[in-house]
Design a protein around this ligand. Structure first.
Ligand SMILES: Nc1ncnc2c1ncn2[C@@H]1O[C@H](COP(=O)(O)OP(=O)(O)OP(=O)(O)O)[C@@H](O)[C@H]1O
Length: 883
């Protein structure tokens, strides 16, 4: 039985007993009847109450006709925390609803132990308070003063209980001082249990609703979470689903880096207000040490941690937190996501207001943390697969691009394009290890990168670096590309040349990668950038290494090919003249002296200078010396110093680099390099231009040369045999031949006597040539008539053996008999006397004059057009060596 029914029953009993006065009793009875009616109606209505607003509206509408009051509010008690907070409001009638603190007030949590409230919790029924009287009570709840300020004078607080425990109280306010009559109080006392159960119903209903909603959202969140494949997906799920359950402004997810010492942003929310700050990009890209006072604290807890941002020491806080604070974030909830082994991911929710995260919200974060961790792991695994696929397809494309590369220029173009296109960086430099195996020289670089730092670049570029150089050694000894932090390397004080350049460029990191073919280091590759995918770089370097090795092999093949072509040409020349030196004819004392000298010098490496008139056999002797030397297995290389224009001799001798002069389309090795490990025969050395003599001297002395237009020196091991028909001593005196070169060449002179000084050799030579040319022409000549031999011996032979050879060749062709019976010697030359007034002692001008007259005579004065047939050509006179 409720209180009102009991009162009515009591009064009816008293009325039946006839006391007290019937008027009073009637009045009282009417009140009780009214009360009972209200209670019944209220009780009926209360059972229908489902929502907060219904209860207060119902309460006000039922009671306002009976009692005077302005507004009401139901507070809910949290026994666990010993606090209470507004629960049911009556905003339509509240005089404080437009108060500036109203919004905050209705969310506020108040302590239960404030003196006024303690009285209420201890009371059995409603308590009324004249506000004026309690204004100075210590720890007065702020809403009381605010209500007073807005004209409220009296307040009745009725405790609401369930199973003897206080669950809340209903506060009824009035702007009058006498509103709360004993009837009103009795009524409140009477309806308190129903109100309590209504409040409990509301709480339960709300909780059911909320749980349903939470479950619904969590279900859809978890459904979506399993479909998450990438970071934007995850961000969308958090921002659409989680936001329905938790009041946060934006989120960040972080990931622990592989080093285990730093973490960085994994998900960044575009809703973050901090993105308007200029340092935002830095904040979301830099790594943070795990021991930053936030991360390490969060990791140590298995529960989400709630931080009041303003209470933190922000001076030491990580940049991301400073920016969020500056952008207005007040509170953050951090949850390290549970993962097997070391947790990697961490969710951070930010809110602009304090108390944004309820226990329930925190609980939800806890509940979804495993799913978040799985989603983050899936994303990472997915990204790794994607990046591997991208790497593979990229490396495949690169290898296809590079497969066709044959030249250094093509390679540079391919590298530049791939680095720029895929990694958005540019090649700084490639250095290759030289043939000596210890030094590295620049092979390829991008100078445009060093704009403004040219001095530091040139200083580094112009240096040959040793493989033991600190940074180079680190790179060459590493299996993978090496990251150099410029600041840290600078502190070590090593590799100043590299560091000077890097510091001037102003980057944080530089990368050095080994170039390797198989196990063999071939060089280093340097990139200037702050970040790069190391696996990809490793793959690129492997391709570049192979391409460089191919190019080098190609260059070598080309060089060998060139050398073979040269050698082939020489071989052909040699084949043409092979019969010339198969045998040296001459057994007289003069030639015997020559043979003795030859046998002494042949086996050594000494330079030989062969002197003698034209046609005496200087080249024949040179070849014989070479063939008797340890270098015989390689071809002797001949250069005729008189046969080439002065401007080409240098290139002919020393070779040239591509583009070193007009017409130098390819790199070409010179005769010196061709004669490496062999003999170089410098014929007509007396004709060499003076300016080249000094270069020749240098090569003979240093045994190394520089190609025309080249910067590197090439070592050569060449034996020199020089020959001349010029009196070099006179040339030295006349300043036409360098004395130092002359002495360097004149180490071992061999003088070849002219044929007129060894007449005993004329017959053997004539017979030798007769046999050779009759065989070649197929005429089968068997001998020379004694008369002819006598004529030959009597002749002066200004053209020496060559003249004799040509004469016999012509005679064989003209002969009609098997014996050579006739010979056409030049007229007036049949006197084999070493005449002082004929050739040997004649001036060159005289000799030339006589030669021209002789030729004109034979051509019958014709100096243009086809030459008239002639019987015998004299050899042109050359300057002769006086005996
Ligand atoms: N003693 C010799 N026995 C056989 N043939 C010889 C002899 N001497 C010279 N000849 C031949 O004479 C020709 C001229 O010889 P070679 O070219 O060696 O003379 P050279 O002194 O080098 O002439 P130049 O000064 O004009 O270059 C060659 O065909 C060579 O084979």
């Amino acid at each position: 039985m409720d209180a009102a029914s009991k009162n009515v029953d009591d009064l009816n009993a008293k009325k039946a007993a006839g006391s007290p006065s019937s008027g009073t009793l009637r009045k009282q009875l009417a009140t009780y009847e009214q009360e009972r009616t209200i209670l019944l109606a209220l009780g009926d209505d209360i059972t229908k109450v489902r929502e907060k607003g219904d209860l207060i509206a119902l309460f006000s509408s039922r009671l306002k006709g009976l009692f005077y009051f302005t507004h009401t509010i139901v507070m809910l008690v949290d026994q666990h925390k010993q606090t209470y907070t507004p629960f049911l409001l009556d905003p339509n009638s509240s005089p404080i609803k437009d108060h500036p603190d109203y919004a905050e007030l209705i969310k506020k949590v108040f302590p239960l132990d404030a003196p006024i409230i303690s009285q209420v919790t201890e009371a059995d029924g409603p308590l009324t308070f004249q506000l004026e009287k309690i204004l100075h009570t210590p720890e007065l709840p702020s809403f009381i003063r605010i209500n007073y300020e807005r004209g409220i004078r009296e307040m009745m607080i009725t405790p609401l209980k369930s199973r003897m425990e206080i669950i809340g109280f209903i506060l009824v306010y009035s702007d009058r001082a006498d509103s709360f009559t004993s009837e009103f109080k009795a009524l409140m006392h009477g309806i308190a249990p129903q109100l309590s159960s209504a409040v409990l119903n509301i709480i339960i209903n709300e909780e059911i609703d909320r749980n349903e909603r939470v479950n619904e959202v969590l279900l859809s969140l978890s459904n979506e979470m399993v479909t998450v494949r990438n970071r934007p997906d995850l961000l969308r799920v958090i921002n659409t689903k989680l936001k329905k359950l938790i009041d946060f402004s934006h989120n960040v997810m972080t990931v622990l880096e592989e080093n285990g010492e730093t973490y960085k942003a994994f998900l960044t929310d575009p809703n973050s207000k901090s993105k308007d700050f200029s340092k935002y990009t830095e904040a979301i890209s830099i790594p943070y040490p795990v021991n930053d006072g936030i991360y390490n604290v969060a990791v140590a807890s298995d529960q989400p941690l709630l931080f009041d941002i303003r209470s933190l020491d922000l001076s030491a806080a990580p940049l991301w937190l400073k920016l969020n604070h500056a952008a207005g974030a007040r509170e953050m909830l951090i949850k390290v996501l549970p993962e097997d082994g070391t947790p990697k991911h961490c969710l951070i929710l930010f809110a602009d207001k304090l108390n944004s995260f309820s226990d329930e919200g925190i609980n939800i974060v806890n509940r979804i943390s495993s799913q978040l961790a799985t989603a983050a792991q899936n994303i990472t695994a997915n990204e790794a697969i994607l990046s591997k696929e991208q790497e593979k397809s990229f490396l495949l494309d690169f290898s296809q691009d590079i497969a066709g590369v044959r030249t250094k220029d093509d390679l540079q173009e391919a590298i530049t394009s791939v680095l720029q296109r895929v990694l958005n960086i540019r090649l700084a430099m490639i250095r290759l290890i030289e043939d000596d195996g210890i030094s590295l020289k620049p092979y390829m670089y991008d100078k445009t990168l060093f704009h403004g730092t040219e001095d530091a670049f040139t200083a580094l570029f112009s240096q040959t670096i040793s493989i033991d150089e600190y940074l180079t050694a680190k790179v060459l000894n590493s299996k993978c590309p090496v990251i150099f932090n410029v600041e840290e390397e600078d502190k070590k004080g090593k590799s100043a040349l590299y560091l000077n350049l890097w510091k001037k460029i102003g980057l944080k990191n530089a990368y050095g990668a080994p170039l390797r073919v198989g196990d063999k280091n071939i060089g280093t590759l340097w990139l200037l950038t702050d970040e790069i995918n190391l696996t990809l770089l490793k793959g690129i370097c492997a391709q570049i290494s192979i391409a460089i090795a191919n190019i080098q092999a190609n260059e070598k093949v080309l060089a060998y090919k060139q050398q073979l072509e040269f050698e082939n040409d020489h071989l052909k020349e040699q084949i043409k003249s092979i019969y010339n030196f198969s045998e040296i004819i001459g057994s007289g004392p003069e030639m015997n002296k020559v043979y003795q000298l030859m046998s002494r010098v042949a086996e050594s490496n000494s330079t030989v200078l062969i002197l003698g008139e034209t046609g005496t056999g200087k080249e024949l002797i040179a070849r014989a010396i070479h063939n008797a030397s340890p270098r015989q297995n390689k071809l002797m290389v001949k250069v005729n110093c008189a046969a080439l224009p002065a401007n080409l001799i240098e290139s002919e001798l020393f070779g040239h680099e591509k583009g070193s002069f007009t017409g130098a389309f390819d790199r070409r090795i010179g005769k010196f390099e061709l004669a490496n490990n062999s003999t170089l025969f410098l014929d007509e050395i007396g004709e060499m231009p003076l300016e080249l003599q000094v270069k020749l001297l240098r090569v003979i002395q240093e045994r190394e040369l520089e190609r025309v237009g080249g910067k590197t020196t090439v070592k050569v091991d060449v034996r020199i045999i020089a020959a001349t028909n010029v009196d070099l001593e006179t040339e030295v005196k006349n300043g036409k031949f360098r004395a130092d070169l002359y002495y360097r060449l004149n180490v071992f002179p061999i003088h070849l006597p002219p044929l007129r000084q060894r007449p005993e050799d004329i017959a053997p030579l004539a017979n030798f040539f007769l046999a050779r040319y009759s065989k070649l022409s197929g005429t089968k000549m068997t001998g020379i008539a004694p008369k002819v031999l006598q004529q030959l011996r009597a002749y002066a032979w200004p053209g020496n053996v060559r003249e004799l050879e040509h004469l016999i060749e012509r005679s064989v062709l003209l002969a009609n008999d098997s014996v050579l019976r006739e010979i056409n010697l030049p007229k007036g030359r049949n006197d084999n006397q070493d005449q002082p007034d004929t050739f040997a002692n004649s001036t060159l001008e005289n000799l030339e004059r006589r030669y021209i007259i002789e030729v004109l005579k034979r051509c019958s004065g014709k100096i243009a057009g086809r030459a008239a047939p002639q019987k015998s050509w004299p050899s042109p006179p050359r300057r002769c060596i006086p005996k």
